[in-house]
Design a protein around this ligand. Structure first.
Ligand SMILES: Nc1ncnc2c1ncn2[C@@H]1O[C@H](COP(=O)(O)OP(=O)(O)OP(=O)(O)O)[C@@H](O)[C@H]1O
Length: 242
């Protein structure tokens, strides 16, 4: 599929990408190559201006969850109310919605913070609440647009593990945008490298590291070798020597 914005910017040129149900795929590429544009097209927020997007099974609105770099929580609402919002919008009765939101908060380690307001949480906790909100409808597809980019390194590593645990438990399909080679290799079953604008797929790299992943994967020689390979391909894609 291709996408030219109304101002004439050609953001994507014939992006050819297939994702299987239950896969964890990262989109890796330089700033401005069109990664967010791909997510917006998949989310149905825009239509491609060329080509098409096909689903093997029809998707409904509640089948897709979205997590952004900013946690986008409503500052005036308690965390439980923030997490319950997608269920309110879907017409789920409040009692059932509260139970499901509370359960989601427990799963991201925020069981004791239901009544807190967003301003009372750290950046990492806000991002956990955003993950809980995105997953509360049990989506089949989770779109993540650099969700951990603004977090410190230690929090980011922890959230990588938390996200993988959620993925292994709920088995949604994950499409994850990142600038980080290390993060993409740690999380993904497959990495799609997108070249500079107009974005197109320049390489697809399978990551044959076993799940569940953990510290032993991060410190292993295989992880280092795959990171090196992905980094070389990324540099080749953007025309830099490794
Ligand atoms: N609404 C818009 N109107 C016009 N051009 C846009 C719009 N949104 C994005 N673009 C342009 O499309 C291109 C791709 O943008 P996009 O945000 O998808 O890239 P990205 O790879 O996600 O970037 P980053 O990694 O910096 O977030 C950029 O050149 C950007 O300036």
């Amino acid at each position: 599929m291709s996408l030219t914005y109304p101002n004439g910017t050609c953001a994507l040129d014939s992006v050819d990408l297939s994702v299987a149900e239950g896969e964890f795929v990262s989109l890796l590429g330089p700033s401005g190559c069109g990664k967010s544009t791909i997510l917006r097209l998949v989310a149905g927020l825009m239509e491609p201006t060329g080509g098409q997007l096909n689903w093997l099974r029809p998707v409904a609105r509640g089948d897709i969850g979205f997590v952004f770099q900013e946690s986008t929580l409503m500052p005036w609402a308690r965390i439980i109310d923030n997490v319950r919002l997608p269920l309110d919008l879907a017409g789920v009765p409040k009692g059932e919605g509260n139970d499901r939101a509370a359960d989601g908060l427990v799963r991201v380690g925020l069981g004791d913070f239901q009544k807190a307001f967003p301003a009372e949480l750290s950046g990492g906790m806000k991002m956990r609440a955003s993950l809980a909100r995105a997953l509360v409808t049990n989506p089949r597809l989770l779109l993540l647009d650099e969700p951990f980019a603004a977090l410190d390194e230690i929090t980011r590593l922890k959230l990588n593990d938390d996200l993988l645990s959620l993925w292994e438990a709920q088995r949604f399909t994950a499409l994850f945008v990142t600038h980080s080679v290390f993060e993409s290799v740690y999380l993904s079953g497959r990495i799609v490298i997108v070249g500079p604008r107009p974005g197109r797929v320049v390489a697809e790299v399978p990551v044959p590291l076993p799940f569940p992943r953990g510290l032993s994967v991060r410190t292993g020689t295989d992880y280092g070798a795959i990171c090196r390979d992905v980094s070389d391909r990324l540099h080749a894609a953007i025309g830099l020597a490794a």
